[in-house]
Design a protein around this ligand. Structure first.
Ligand code: NAP
Ligand code: FE
Length: 359
């Protein structure tokens, strides 16, 4: 058993400005990695650049990270960063820009290496310093060592083997307050999947469950907001973010499980948003697990039953009809991956996977 979480986390209103000294201390010129619009619109980009300028740190922006970032995007961002000799990387956004920032920091450190370095299990993992600022409430990437990238050459999406933690995570609920209902629903569903998958996991320990259980309690505080039963307060947005960060700490110790493993094909081939794709398999996963453990974690989130959780998923994320051949393909892909088959604390075979996929 080990518990390792090297990212320093500040979670509070205005944490970027409050901790600008620590942010600016990471280097002298920052490469700021974002998606196309939301980092600016939510105010995080303005806060970060103001914080850097206050301390005389210059910056260059790469604002072209797409959802489910590709290897090609990482390499383009690396070129921009190396050209201006940036010496640290700041990722602002949902999981896509944050995961991209980690991979870019790796490739900037190894600036002579070509893209296969990203997938080279024996390659060294040192990176430039990294700060991450979430603007969704789902991935927890700011405290995980995972970078999920899309490989169009193989038509797959998955984690790279390098384990990359940020030095600094600045978690401010106000950045998610501008997100549309669909982004809130999908990303908080991702966080719930992280919490439940980490709790029901072969690698779960009392320490990882400490993060998962408290994350579920904090997650539950804003459930009624996502259901549209009441308007959100600033505290609700901070709670959504904190639940996501705690969920990140939980999966940093266990990894995710079958709902995530099965989801990547749905995102790649059926273009389903990440959290929604993971949530598609969550009820099915819980039905296979120890009923006592499941009752416990359902209750912590205020769900009476798996059916109530399923109804919550349908109401908040919507349930798309997924083509049977895509579901069958994802089952076969997971079946052929030994590491993924060992993620749950129960035995898995084709029958189990088929049930979870609802085939
Ligand atoms: P995302 O792909 O980063 O962003 C989804 C959409 O939400 C984008 O259109 C983005 O716009 C928009 N958006 C982001 N913040 C917003 C805000 N505050 N207001 C309005 N719109 C906003 O979404 P995500 O679900 O956070 O990340 C998903 C990715 O993370 C997937 O690739 C997934 O595999 C990965 N992931 C990583 C981990 C990990 O541990 N590292 C864990 C789970 C998932 P812009 O494009 O304009 O920014
Ligand atoms: Fe996820």
């Amino acid at each position: 058993m080990n518990f390792y979480m090297p990212a320093k986390v500040y979670s509070e209103a205005n944490c970027v400005m409050n901790h600008s000294v620590e942010l600016a201390a990471l280097g002298t010129r920052a490469l700021i990695v974002t998606g196309k619009n939301s980092a600016r619109r939510c105010g995080a980009f303005g806060d970060v650049t103001a914080a850097l300028e206050e301390h005389g740190v210059t910056w260059v922006e790469f604002a072209e990270v797409e959802e489910n970032p590709s290897v090609e995007t990482i390499m383009r961002a690396r070129t921009v960063g190396c050209k201006v000799k940036a010496d640290f990387v700041i990722g602002i956004g949902g999981g896509s820009p944050m995961d991209a920032a980690k991979a870019v920091a790796l490739m900037m450190k190894h600036s002579d290496a070509d893209w296969p370095y990203l997938y080279d299990k024996s390659a060294e993992t040192s990176t430039l310093p990294i700060a991450l600022i979430p603007t969704t409430a789902g991935t927890g990437s700011e405290v995980t060592a995972v970078s999920v990238l899309t490989r169009h050459d193989k038509k797959v999406k998955g984690s790279i083997p390098h384990k990359i933690f940020a030095q600094l995570a600045l978690v401010d609920g106000k950045y998610v307050s501008s997100a549309p209902a669909s982004v809130l629903a999908n990303t908080t569903m991702d966080a719930l999947c992280h919490l439940y998958e980490s709790y029901i996991h072969a690698k779960a320990t009392d320490y990882s469950r400490m993060c998962a259980e408290q994350g579920i309690r904090v997650w539950a505080r804003s459930k009624d907001v996502i259901l549209g039963k009441r308007a959100a307060s600033a505290e609700d947005f901070q709670n959504m973010m904190n639940a996501s960060t705690m969920a990140g700490m939980a999966i940093a110790h266990t990894a995710t499980s079958l709902p995530h493993a099965l989801s990547y094909r749905l995102t790649y081939s059926a273009h389903m948003a990440h959290g929604k794709a993971c949530g598609y398999f969550l009820a099915g996963y819980l039905r296979e697990a120890d009923p006592n453990a499941v009752r416990h974690i359902l209750k912590l989130a205020g769900f009476e039953s798996i059916e109530e959780l399923e109804a919550y998923y349908v109401k908040t994320c919507g349930r798309d009809a997924v083509p049977q051949e895509i579901l069958a393909q994802t089952v076969q892909e997971v079946l052929g991956n030994d590491a993924k088959m060992k993620l749950p604390p129960f035995a898995v075979n084709e029958e189990v996977l088929t049930r979870i996929a609802g085939l």
